[in-house]
Every structure is written in structure tokens, then in C-alpha cells.
Design a protein around this ligand. Structure first.
Ligand SMILES: Nc1nc2c(ncn2[C@@H]2O[C@H](COP(=O)(O)OP(=O)(O)OP(=O)(O)O)[C@@H](O)[C@H]2O)c(=O)[nH]1
Ligand SMILES: [Mg+2]
Length: 346
């Protein structure tokens, strides 16, 4: 999603007297020009001429110009949508507590999965996203992940000016013996970061032949994915020019064949991580089919919650049309294996 330019308003939308976009355009019958109602009335109090031509007026009558009014209203609506979209582009990804003033806002949850073989750096990346480079957690040696871990983030701006956006990131085990427990994470994710270790060309091959294939077979048809080549710090320091050239070529080929962006990152140093994560979220929000699906499943989920509630409680029930921000916990049946943190409200 690039920052979209807002084109200047057509000249006909501007009142010749005020030079501003009109709200109530009226057509002065004699000169055939449209003016803002209040400005023309004021003009006609003091003058007996056309504001445009300055020629004397024999007929001072004017009528509402409804066609022009609705064209201006449409233009204003487009302007509002564009400016909302452009404002949203500057979001930041945060972990921790969601501002309490968003408690009753509807939420949309985006599910992302970290996919890739063992040792490619999935857990290190999840830790970096959660704690940042300063944290000793990032530099702590990780042991192999044995069950899916969930990490939650939120975007610091409301999407479409109303939705709290929650990002659920699944860090799943890369070891082959745990593959069977990952099916849900292929099936349910809206976006995937396909990781490989840049210093191990075999890991790139496995990412393509196993992880990407599984995502294609089991995942949603319109899932968004990014190819992530990790450990760029080691790649730059230790790999010779020939290896680097071959690796780049294969990675480019893989990414372009499947129409994916490619990022070279260091999960340990933090290189390119924020921009990669943001890019994936933007691609998802730009994907109309996916966005529609996310909105619908959140709506269904909230209705299910409300139905369960109504059985449990006979007292007053609060129904909301969308899931509210206060209902984001590990609420998906599929995610019950999680031991991850949750976003909490301040
Ligand atoms: N130098 C360097 N080391 C990294 C980087 N990312 C991860 N590592 C190291 O690679 C090793 C494996 O990282 P993990 O994050 O545990 O790998 P994983 O993909 O989660 O592995 P599984 O849990 O077995 O699937 C750890 O020793 C990390 O410190 C990186 O960008 N640069
Ligand atoms: Mg791990």
C-alpha cells in the first residue's frame, strides 16, 4: 500500500467568491455560474452585478445546483477515505497493553505464522519483535521449540478509524518430528513469514519444497507470504562471494516464482525486521478477499461468544456487531495449545 496522492479538487467545485470547496452550490441563472449559497446572498446584498463577469444583472434569481452538490459530496467522501488510508500507513507495531480507551472497540485479529526448518531463527525473530534488540532475551540461546508459541501485538492506530488490530504470531517448531502439530497454523494463518538460514542453502530449498508447499496445500488460497532470509550478519561475515551469489539467485528465483517479496534480515541484530513485519501486515490489509474473510470470521466469532454468554447468563446481555477489543484473549479453539503472552488492556 503506497501513500496515495490526493488530487486537487476540480475548479468547478470552488466557489468563485470564497475560493473554497462549496457545500451548498447555487446556480445564478443569468451568468450560468455556481456559487456558495451564503456567499452569493452576501454579494447580492451589496452588488447588482455578476461576481464572475461584473456585468449588471437583469435577473437576480438563483437555484440549487443539486448535481454539483452530489459530485462534491462524492469527492469529499473519497478524500476522507484516502486520508484515513494514508494516516493508517504510519502505524507502529506494539506489544504490551492496549490503550484502555479502546476497550469497547471492535477488533480484527490477523494470524501470522513463522514457518521454516529447525534453527533458521524463528524463535529469535519472535523474541526480537516482542522485546527489541536491547533485550537479553534476544541474545539468550534458544532451545528448539517443541510446541507452538503465540505472541501478540497490536497496531497503534485504529484501522478504518474503528478497528483495533491485533496481530497473533505463531512460532512453531521446525523439527520434522513436530510437523504434525503445525497443521492448524498452516490452515488458519492469514500471512506467513517463510524463514530460511542464509548461511545454509539447504534450508532455503526446504523452505520452498516443504514449508511453502504445505502452506499452499493446507493454507488459505489467498494467504500472503514473505520470503525471509535470516542471519544476514553471518552471511556477510562468513560466506564467500560465490556462495552469496548462488544464494541470492536462488532466493530471488523462489520469491519471484511465487510473487513474494524477499527480505534479508538478522533476527539477532534486528536488521530489516520492522519493515518486513509491516510489509506483511499491509499486504494482508490490502488483500480484499483476505480482509473480507478476517472481518467475517471476527464477526462470527463474536456472535458465538455472545451465544455462549447468553446461555451462561440470564442477566442483561450486551450484543455488539463486531468483536470488541475486550474479548481478545486466546479465544480460538485452534489456539488452545498456546502458552504465549496476550495483549492486555491498560
Ligand atoms: N548470528 C545470528 N544468529 C541467529 C540469528 N537468528 C537466530 N540465530 C541463532 O540461531 C539459533 C537458532 O535460532 P532459533 O530462533 O532457536 O531457531 P528456530 O527456527 O526457532 O528453531 P526451532 O525452534 O528448532 O524450529 C540460535 O542459536 C540463535 O541465536 C541471526 O540473525 N544471526
Ligand atoms: Mg524455535
Amino acid at each position: 500500500m503506497t501513500n496515495q496522492q490526493i488530487s486537487p479538487p476540480p475548479r468547478d467545485f470552488l466557489c468563485p467568491i470564497t475560493r473554497e470547496i462549496m457545500q451548498n452550490p447555487v446556480l445564478l441563472i443569468e451568468d450560468g455560474r455556481s456559487y456558495e449559497l451564503y456567499a452569493l446572498q452576501r454579494w447580492l446584498r451589496d452588488h447588482n452585478s455578476s461576481p464572475m463577469t461584473n456585468k449588471p444583472l437583469r435577473d437576480r434569481r438563483f437555484v440549487h445546483n443539486y448535481n454539483l452538490k452530489s459530485a462534491i459530496e462524492e469527492y469529499n467522501a473519497q478524500l476522507e477515505t484516502l486520508s484515513l488510508a494514508n494516516r493508517f500507513l504510519s502505524f507502529n507495531i506494539r506489544s504490551g497493553r492496549i490503550p484502555s480507551e479502546w476497550n469497547n472497540k471492535p477488533t480484527l485479529k490477523i494470524r501470522l505464522s513463522l514457518l521454516g526448518g529447525s534453527n533458521v531463527g524463528k524463535t529469535t525473530l519472535a523474541r526480537y519483535l516482542q522485546y527489541g534488540v536491547q533485550s537479553s532475551f534476544v541474545h539468550l540461546n534458544t532451545s528448539a521449540t517443541v510446541g507452538p508459541d503465540l505472541v501478540f501485538f497490536y497496531l497503534d492506530q485504529l484501522f478504518e478509524n474503528k478497528y483495533v488490530m491485533i496481530i497473533q504470531l505463531s512460532d512453531i517448531p521446525g523439527m520434522e518430528r513436530y510437523e504434525s502439530c503445525c497443521d492448524n497454523h498452516f490452515r488458519n494463518c492469514h500471512g506467513a513469514l517463510l524463514l530460511s538460514d542464509s548461511t545454509e542453502i539447504d534450508s532455503l530449498e526446504r523452505t520452498e519444497l516443504y514449508w511453502y508447499k504445505q502452506l499452499q496445500i493446507k493454507g488459505k488460497e489467498y494467504v500472503e507470504a514473505i520470503l525471509v532470509c535470516n542471519k544476514i550478519d553471518l552471511f556477510e561475515a562468513n560466506c564467500d562471494a560465490k556462495y552469496r551469489r548462488i544464494f541470492f539467485q536462488r532466493a530471488e528465483h523462489f520469491a519471484s516464482t511465487h510473487n513474494m517479496p524477499i527480505y534479508h534480515i538478522s533476527a539477532l541484530r534486528g536488521d530489516n525486521i520492522q519493515s518486513m513485519f509491516k510489509q506483511l501486515i499491509l499486504r494482508i490489509l490490502q488483500n480484499n478477499a483476505l480482509l473480507q474473510h478476517i472481518k467475517e470470521t471476527n464477526l462470527v466469532h463474536e456472535q458465538t461468544l455472545n451465544n455462549k454468554d447468553s446461555v451462561r447468563r440470564t442477566s442483561s446481555i450486551q450484543l455488539s456487531a463486531q468483536p470488541s477489543a475486550s474479548s481478545i484473549q486466546n479465544d480460538d479453539d485452534d489456539d488452545r495449545t498456546s502458552s504465549g503472552d496476550c495483549c492486555k488492556f491498560a
